[in-house]
Design a protein around this ligand. Sequence first.
Ligand SMILES: [Fe+2]
Length: 401
Amino acid sequence: MRYHMPTEILFGPGVAGRVDAVVRDKRRAKRPFLVTDKGIVGAGLTERVCALFPGLPVFDEVEPNPRQTTVDRGGELARKAGADLVIGLGGGSALDAAKAVALLAANPGRIEDYEGRERYAAAPLPVVAVPTTCGTGSEVTWVAVITHTGRRFKMSIKGPAMFPAAALVDPDLLVSLPAPLVASTGLDALTHALEALTARPATPFTDILAIEAVRLIFRFLPAAHRDIRGDAQAREGLMMGSLLAGLAFGNSDVGAVHCLAESIGSLYDTPHGLANAVFLPLVMEFNLPAASGKYALAERPCDPGDTQAAGLGPVTRRDGTAAGGRPMTEGDEEAARRLIAKVRALSRELSIPSFRDLNIPEADFPLIARKSFENNSNPSNPRTAGLSDYLQLLGRAAAGD
Ligand SMILES: [Fe+2]
């Protein structure tokens, strides 16, 4: 069993202001390169970074569901600039693009040449990741997800050297995040936590992070959605929940919800968090036969009776025998169903659109099912999900279940 997390994390209100100290003093970088998007520029967030680094090259072309052509352009510019470090500022798209640009700045060719695990010859440039949403987790993971427009497929580019060197997680950067983005990125974080908890590669390390993330997100997401600017405690609690969820799925995995959301995102540019939010309760119901015990743990995180050898992976009992995970009981299934009801209620409270609002043609369901089935994370889902299972999930979503 292993937990690997080489990223230095600074968390707290105002830590983003320490980016110059991290880049110059700790990383000894002389020619940083900024990767971000136009929304972040428009919100005035890049100005603060540029003021700290006069002459800083800014690549602000990252779009939602970032494309391989965009990353290739960014990589070319970073090479020309002779960059020695990449700062990623923004949501998941900007951070994933920053990690991919850092790879290309140190290696020849295009980003599609590096699809898969550890395909790079030289280590990517160090990345300092500064998230501006409460959902990505990308600041503490080793993967960049980039859309290949020709194949209409989301490529995973990953490897141990892809972890950001540092993550500056500053809840105050959320103050201008619009409420619909608080909702969708917050539910993305909840999905990370619940999928990390139940994925096959989960360990006691990732379980404990995921359970705490679920607790924080349920507690603080509604208040953050109501008043992200005025409620500093909710901002901080939600940002911590998002970070812990990233620390969980980065060493466990995601599952069928992300398989569906990534397929839909690659085809229709659907916002990632929204697609996750629509499918999360449906996939949880599908997973009940395999994951009720884990869902029950997340539903009752404060019950000490549940944390003792109660499904937290292969822990050891006092008598020395491995507990493994208890058999499912009726109580577990009831608790799991309560958790699913809470997820549905949270989505309603946050005014998450329905599947029908996403305007996805039914004729494409077989294609979406196939892409979901072929997703790298499909084997991690706790219950084996085949093509027909994905088709059924899409049918249930379309029926408004
Ligand atoms: Fe996600």
